[in-house]
Structures are given as structure tokens and as C-alpha cells.
Design a protein around this ligand. Structure first.
Ligand SMILES: *Cc1c(COP(=O)(O)O)cnc(C)c1O
Length: 809
């Protein structure tokens, strides 16, 4: 049906009639989307079945990527591109007087993730399939994704994101593959001969039902599977008939409590979430995932001992770390293996990636909670801990403190990162600096114990979504200049280096950027009724709102620039449009004050005629994948200004460089590797180094107040927070003020301010020479290939999972 335009049109019209009983003029755009989506899914299905058959029959090793988040973004556009049918569809629809773009905008953006970690999982799926690798995702089908953000009077308002309202065209419900997950109850032990048999009783049973989403590779026949689990009650309908009222109420309560497990994505990826429900979600994902992995393994293979040669299980941060005790449980309690055999299999099957060194994000669960909710799993963790501590005792006799520090269970808590390191064969960091910090600081005792486990895998992004799809104009001039080979071999982008000084190519690059800026300006005009100048520098910071990411540093500079413009309206600056996009976790008070501050400053500046529109400040609400695809191609500057040592990698930075924006950033995460790739002249680096920051944290010696006292710019800005200059209700910003001056500015905003301001001035100077600027921009694009997630996935495939491509004939 996608062979040519004519066949497509006929099939489209016919299906519109079949599904909705309407002709083209009567149909709504959402109906047209559902029709097109269902056609595309059907088209994918043939190769999906073929891929599954090949994987089954060949019996080669496969990887399962367990993640509590998959931040997928819309799928129609990427599916059309990967299947190579975008043009036929676009032209066919045009004949029918329908715009493909409009149809694409009907698709809800499945926000099943908070930020970088969830987006990484989605990029990995695309790369796995595109590289013919047998790798599948395993996650939760949250009924509500990350909240929808509205800004009202400068404040963030959170609305539920019911993305499933119209159903999800891409998924297939597989009731036949449902499994049971057990919570609570009690465990008793029976000795049968020499063996201990564990009986789990009085538990609450939850039905995990998988919904499969196909993941097609780029112009190949591979179609992998993303399996998202939904929680349902295990009660059959006919049970209802013979119930009295009391039992009926009990059943209603039970139904509600089971279904709540897959109801919400926790909108907080930075702080420990002390809720039982979150722990339930983690075990639900892991137990359902592992049961299904083992069941499918047993269909293909005889011997459970061979599992590590046929299956790799990867855990994306510690949220799925219960995979370790759960695999032990299955191997011992269900497959009848002894501890030592089960442990050997488990620790050769599971690998782990750490995503943060923020203390508050290191997961710990109270023993009592774990014991009550997961009695058998807790017993297994206890045993793992005892054996591990005994090993430590042999290695470090008498060193109680060290052993206490390294224990998996201590101080009334289960330490999930410790469990992850002990129970997996590999621990990965997500950038060179992050891996070094893990080895030398955060996990140094574990590194001393298991140096061979620690590896680096610098993150990446799929260039197919983030360049080919998000920036078609740029993709086209690249393909016209160096051939389209870069799409399958992103390192070929390197050839652009030869055109960095080519005036005609520079001209094209400049023009494309301009067009993307105009298109974003139009969006801003329509949505917020604010006009921005496409000739101004588009200076963008889009990412989750967090103190360590330092949106505050950015807004302080804007306040300073505004102060200078008020003093001297003739100040010679290149007009600048500052663009923000950021969601704050609903309970994160400081982050929400910062959103209010940005919006307050924006309102004052955008409405002040005396500065002649030289600066504009735009806060784009509801930042997510879809908006990222619109904003990033229009950026001249991407701000990556986290406190050095705090951003494990960042992936936003990679998207910006790939789209020709220059990085304004600290020596943090992957910024360092970007700098090493493009060279010091093609990036704007400032501020404390990771070593300096870590030194301050360990040795003290930082006094934020000194900077307030000695830098008149900072004094003015901080005073303005408290004297009603921007907003009469000064209580709004008190918390920000105190976090800096009373609590000594944990993230060194004041310390880095001067260097940041200087660097912003350098950018202003630099942009005046359009040719030189565009040359830098081209050099960034030319060096972005290494940050394709294809490279990351190659490294995981060969260095961690030991999986090989399977070409589908
Ligand atoms: C890439 C991406 C992120 C991660 O951005 P960082 O700047 O690395 O924090 C977060 N949210 C969305 C929607 C993204 O696409």
C-alpha cells in the first residue's frame, strides 16, 4: 500500500471509510492521523513478525534494556523516515489536499519520562534497530505521562497528561503474554531433603499485561520490540456476580490499588521518592520483565545455565536494580538452582549504567518498607549482603568502617547503587569525566574492589530524529554537499570539515539557520503574542529545571544586561533572544521560584519600550521532545552551564551541536568531550573546573557573601530580588536570595558569574562576524557524528552485551 502514490491514496481513502465510515471531507485530522498510523503499523507488522521469527530460530544473544522511563516523542514522523515512505505519503496526502505536517501534530507526545535518562533509552532503541541489533526495551505503560505544564501569571501549573485519550495506534495489547506479579504476604521455609523450599503466601496478586510497540530500524528489515507493562487486577469479571456489598467494595479497592501501579510517571527524577508506590512500580517492571524474558528464553533454549550466553539484561540506573534479586528468585525458587549457580548466572547477565552522582538521587529504601512489600526479595538481598560483607571481611579484616560504608544494607536502608555494583558484571559511566568521578570519588571503594567492572560509555543521541527528522533543511544541504551516506554512517559528517570555510556552503548554513529561527519566531508570535527578531542571537537553555543546571546563572546575566541597558540605552550589543524551556518537579520549591523569576524578568523586559527590543526573554511552556525538535534547530547558542562535576553527561548539548548551535558551557559531562572534538575556538567554555568544585566541597573555603560584597553587578541583582524592582511581592524570591547568601550557594552561581558574563560578551563580539561564526557552526556539525547513539550502542554491543547484528533476510 506504500509502493506508490496512487496505491497509497486508494488505501488511505478505503481505510478511512472502513474505520470511520467517512469520506475525506467529513473526516477530522485526528481521524486521518489514526488511519495513517494504523496503515503504517500494519506495514511494519510484516517485518516485525519476520524479525521475531529470525531471532527465535537463530537463537543468538539478545539484550533487554530495562528502564523506568522511555521518553519516546512522536513516532509517526520517525517511522515514516525509517521505513523510507515519507515522500510517498507526503505527496499522496498533498494530492488529497491534506498536510502531513498537520496530521503529525495530532499525535500525542508520549511523555513517559522526565528528561535525559528517559530520552537516552528512546535513542538507544532507535540505534539498536538501525544497527540490526537484537535489543528490546522493557518499561511501564504509564496511563499519565509527565504532567503538562502551563504558565499562569508566571507560575508553573501542572495538568494531567492523559496521552491515551484517543488510544495509542502504535501498540498491540498482548493479553496472552500477561504474567502475575506478587506483593506483600509472608514467606515460610520448608526443608525438602537437602533443599530449602520457599513458600510465598497471602500475597496480593497483580496482573501485568504487556503492550508491544514496534521499533523499526532505519531502512532495514529489523523491527525490535518495546514492551510496556500495564497493571491490572487479576480478577475475572464473572467473580463479580456472586458478591455481597462488602466484598464488592473490597474488590473495587483492590482494583484501584492494582491499577494505580501503572497510573503515573513520577515527575521527579532528582530526589528520592519515598513512596511505596514508586517501589511497587520498580518491582512491577522488573518482575514482569524478567518473567517474560525467562519464558521466552526457555522457548528457545534448553539449558538455564546457558542464560548469560543468550541474554543480556541492562539496567538503566538503579530504578530496575531489583532485577538482580528477582532473577535470583526465579533461578532458585522456580528453576531449582542452588545459590552459587544462580549467583554466577545473575552476575554474568546483568549490567548497569549509573546516571548521576547527586546524593539525593542515590536510591535508598527503608528496610521495613522493602520487607513488607517484597518479603522474598528482601530475604535474597539480605543473603547477597551477608555474603558480600563476608567477602569484604576476608579482604579487609578488621576494617569495620569500610565494610559498613560498602554494605548493601546499613543504617536501616537498602542501598540500591551498592546492590547494582555487586550484582552486575559491569558498571558504566555516561561520560569520561563522570566515569572518572565514579572511580575516584563516589564509588572509589567499589572501584578498589572490582576495578575490572568500571567502564565508560559516553552517551549519544540518534541523529535520525535529532537531525534528519527535526531539521530537514539542514539535513538536505548536508546530503547535497557530502552525499546522504552520513545517515547510515554519522561519522561521515566529518567531511563537512572541508566545507567549513567554503563561502557558498556557509551561506547555505546561515540561511537554513535563519529559516529555522523564523519558524520558531512564528510559533512564539502565535502562541505568546511576542515578536522576536530572527536576526537576534537565539540563546537557548532548555532542560529540566534544577538548581545544579543553573538556570539562575542565565537569568542573573539577563538581569545584569537589562540593568546596563537601562543605564545606557545606547549600549552596543547584538540583539538577543533568550529562550527557556523547563519543567520543575511539582514539589521542588526552589525550582518553581526560579521559573517565577524567569517569567517575571521576561514580562518586565519584553514590555519595556526604552530598550528598543534589544533583548527579549521567552519561556516556552511544556518543554518536551516535540518542542525540543522545534527549538534546537533554531538555536545559535545552547547553554550547558551546570556546576562542573554535576551533569553526568548531558545529551541536550549533543543535540545543539549537531544542529549547528555553539555551546556556552562549563567543563562538565560530555561538554568536555565536545570541546576536545571541536577545539577551544569553536566552543565557549567558562567557570570552575570539576576538580576545583570537588575541592571546595571537600575542603570548604567558598564564601558566597564575598561575591555579593565585591561585585556591584551581583549586589544590584540580588538586591533587586528583595526590593521589589521586578515584582512587588518580594516574598516570591526570598527563597532564592537565602539559598545563595544564607546557605552559601551550593552550586557556585555567584562564583561563576563573572566568568559567565565575560563569556557572554565574547559571544556578542564573536557573532558580529557572521562568516567566522558560521564556520564554527559547521565545525560543530562536522564533529557531532561521534555523539550519535549509534556509536554508544556499538560500544555497548561489543564491550558490554556481546551481541552481534542479525541481518533479516
Ligand atoms: C535531550 C532532552 C533532555 C536532556 O537534556 P539535558 O540538557 O541533557 O538535560 C531533556 N528533555 C528532553 C525533552 C530532551 O529531548
Amino acid at each position: 500500500m506504500f509502493l506508490d502514490k496512487k496505491r497509497f491514496k486508494n488505501a488511505f481513502l478505503e481505510r478511512l471509510e472502513n474505520m470511520y465510515g467517512k469520506n475525506i471531507n467529513e473526516s477530522t485530522t485526528i481521524e486521518q492521523f489514526m488511519v495513517l498510523g494504523s496503515m503504517v503499523k500494519e506495514h511494519i507488522s510484516k517485518n516485525w513478525i519476520l524479525t521475531k521469527k529470525n531471532y527465535r530460530e537463530r537463537g543468538e544473544k539478545q539484550v533487554y534494556y530495562l528502564s523506568i522511563e522511555f521518553l519516546l516523542g512522536r513516532m509517526l514522523g520517525t517511522n515514516l523516515l525509517n521505513l523510507g515512505i515519507r515522500e510517498i505519503v507526503e505527496e499522496g496526502l498533498r494530492d488529497l489536499d491534506i498536510s502531513l505536517e498537520k496530521i503529525e501534530q495530532q499525535e500525542p507526545d508520549p511523555g513517559l519520562g522526565n528528561g535525559g535518562l528517559g530520552r537516552l533509552a528512546a535513542c538507544f532503541l532507535d540505534s539498536l534497530a538501525s544497527l540490526h541489533l537484537p535489543g528490546h526495551g522493557c518499561g511501564i505503560r504509564y496511563k499519565y505521562g509527565l504532567f503538562e505544564q502551563k504558565i499562569v501569571d508566571g507560575y508553573q501549573i501542572e495538568l494531567p497528561d492523559y496521552w491515551l485519550r484517543e488510544g495509542n495506534v502504535w501498540e498491540v495489547r498482548r493479553s496472552d503474554k500477561a504474567v502475575e506479579v506478587r506483593f506483600g504476604g509472608n514467606v515460610w521455609v520448608e526443608k525438602v531433603g537437602e533443599r530449602l523450599v520457599f513458600h510465598h503466601e497471602n500475597y496480593e496478586s497483580v496482573l501485568a499485561v504487556p503492550y508491544d510497540i514496534p521499533v523499526p530500524g532505519y531502512k532495514n528489515k529489523t523491527v525490535n520490540t518495546l514492551r510496556l507493562w500495564s497493571a491490572e487486577s487479576a480478577i475475572k469479571d464473572f467473580d463479580f456476580q456472586c458478591l455481597n456489598n462488602r466484598d464488592y467494595q473490597k474488590i473495587i479497592d483492590y482494583k484501584r490499588s492494582t491499577e494505580s501501579i501503572s497510573e503515573f510517571l513520577y515527575p521527579d527524577d532528582s530526589k528520592e521518592e519515598g513512596k511505596i508506590l514508586r517501589l511497587k512500580q520498580q518491582y512491577f517492571l522488573v518482575s514482569a520483565g524478567l518473567q517474560s524474558i525467562i519464558r521466552s528464553y526457555k522457548k528457545r533454549h534448553q539449558d538455564i545455565h546457558d542464560l548469560p550466553n543468550k541474554v543480556a539484561i541492562h539496567i538503566n540506573d538503579t530504578h530496575p536494580v531489583l532485577a538482580i534479586p528477582e532473577l535470583m528468585r526465579i533461578l532458585m525458587d522456580e528453576e531449582g538452582l542452588e545459590w552459587d549457580q544462580a549467583w554466577s548466572i545473575t552476575t554474568r547477565t546483568i549490567s548497569y549504567t549509573n546516571h548521576t552522582t547527586l546524593q539525593e538521587a542515590l536510591e535508598r529504601w527503608p528496610i521495613d518498607m522493602m520487607k513488607t512489600l517484597l518479603p522474598r526479595i528482601y530475604m535474597i538481598i539480605e543473603e547477597i549482603n551477608e555474603r558480600f560483607c563476608r567477602e569484604l571481611w576476608n579482604k579487609y579484616p578488621g576494617e569495620w568502617d569500610l565494610i559498613h560504608q560498602m554494605a548493601i544494607i546499613a543504617d536501616g536502608q537498602v542501598k540500591m547503587a551498592h546492590l547494582a555494583i555487586v550484582g552486575s558484571y559491569q558498571v558504566n559511566g555516561v561520560s569520561k569525566i563522570h566515569t572518572e568521578i565514579l572511580k575516584k570519588q563516589v564509588m572509589k571503594n567499589f572501584y578498589a574492589c572490582f576495578p575490572y567492572k568500571f567502564h565508560n560509555k559516553t552517551n549519544g543521541i540518534t541523529h535520525r530524529r535529532w537531525l534528519l527528522k527535526a531539521n530537514p533543511l539542514l539535513a538536505k544541504i548536508i546530503s547535497d554537499t557530502i552525499s546522504p551516506n552520513w545517515i547510515e554512517h554519522p561519522s561521515d559528517l566529518n567531511y563537512l570539515q572541508n566545507y567549513a570555510k567554503d563561502p557558498s556552503f556557509q551561506e547555505q548554513i546561515f540561511l537554513v539557520k535563519k529559516k529555522n529561527k523564523i519558524s520558531l519566531s512564528n510559533y512564539i508570535q502565535e502562541k505568546y503574542n511576542i515578536s522576536v527578531d530572527p536576526n537576534s542571537i537565539f540563546d537557548v537553555q532548555v532542560k529540566r529545571l534544577h538548581a545544579y543546571k543553573r538556570q539562575l546563572l542565565n537569568v542573573f546575566y539577563i538581569m545584569d544586561l537589562y540593568n546596563r541597558l537601562k543605564e545606557n540605552p545606547d549600549l552596543d550589543i547584538i540583539p538577543r533572544t533568550f529562550i527557556f524551556g523547563a519543567k520543575a518537579a511539582p514539589g521542588y520549591f526552589l525550582a518553581k521560584r526560579i521559573i517565577k523569576l524567569i517569567n517575571t524578568v521576561a514580562t518586565v523586559i519584553n514590555n519595556d519600550p526604552t530598550i528598543h527590543g534589544k533583548i527579549k526573554v521567552i519561556f516556552i511552556e511544556n518543554y518536551g521532545v516535540t518542542l525540543a525538535e522545534k527549538i534546537i534547530p533554531a538555536a545559535d547558542i545552547g547553554q550547558q552551564i551546570s556546576t562542573a562535576s554535576k551533569e553526568a553527561s548531558g545529551t541536550g548539548n549533543m543535540k545543539f551541536m549537531m544542529n549547528g548551535a555553539l555551546t556556552l558551557g562549563t567543563l562538565d559531562g560530555a561538554n568536555i568531550e565536545i570541546k576536545d572534538e571541536v577545539g577551544d575556538n569553536n566552543i565557549f567554555i567558562f567557570g570552575l573546573t570539576p576538580q576545583e568544585v570537588l575541592h571546595y566541597y571537600q575542603q570548604g573555603g567558598y564564601r558566597a557573601r564575598d561575591f555579593y560584597q565585591s561585585d556591584p553587578r551581583l549586589r544590584k541583582i540580588l538586591d533587586q530580588l528583595m526590593n521589589g524592582f521586578f515584582l512587588k511581592e518580594v516574598v516570591e524570591f526570598k527563597f532564592i536570595y537565602y539559598s545563595l547568601l544564607q546557605e552559601n550557594d551550593e552550586f557556585f552561581v555567584l562564583k561563576d558569574f563573572a566568568a559567565y558574563a565575560d563569556t557572554q560578551q565574547r559571544i556578542d563580539q564573536s557573532y558580529r562576524d557572521h562568516k567566522a561564526w558560521t564556520e564554527k557552526s559547521i565545525i560543530n556539525i562536522a564533529h557531532s557524528g561521534i555523539f550519535s547513539s549509534d556509536r554508544t550502542i556499538y560500544e555497548y554491543a561489543s564491550g558490554t552485551w556481546e551481541i552481534r547484528p542479525i541481518f533479516i533476510p
